[in-house]
Design a protein around this ligand. Sequence first.
Ligand code: SF4
Ligand code: SF4
Length: 81
Amino acid sequence: MEKEENQEPRERVKTIHIDQKLCKGCELCIHFCPHNVLEKSKKPNEQGYYPPTPVNIKNCKACKFCELYCPEMAIFVEEES
Ligand code: SF4
Ligand code: SF4
């Protein structure tokens, strides 16, 4: 008998937008992502901060914790319509 809780959500994330100008490189989004989707960029933005970059977008479950924790509203998860 199959258990319902084992069902994975289907892939529905199209892209993760990161506003390079708004990001202050606090890394909250990186640390609170439960699926290790984000990493710190190797290149700084114009203000010298290191924004996140998606390295594992297939693991993203669209939980939007990254959006919720970002104090700058610099990250946005776009889902498939
Ligand atoms: S939506 Fe959730 S899984 Fe996807 S990057 Fe943000 S915190 Fe990680
Ligand atoms: S939480 Fe927001 S400001 Fe902080 S690193 Fe992530 S995108 Fe940048």
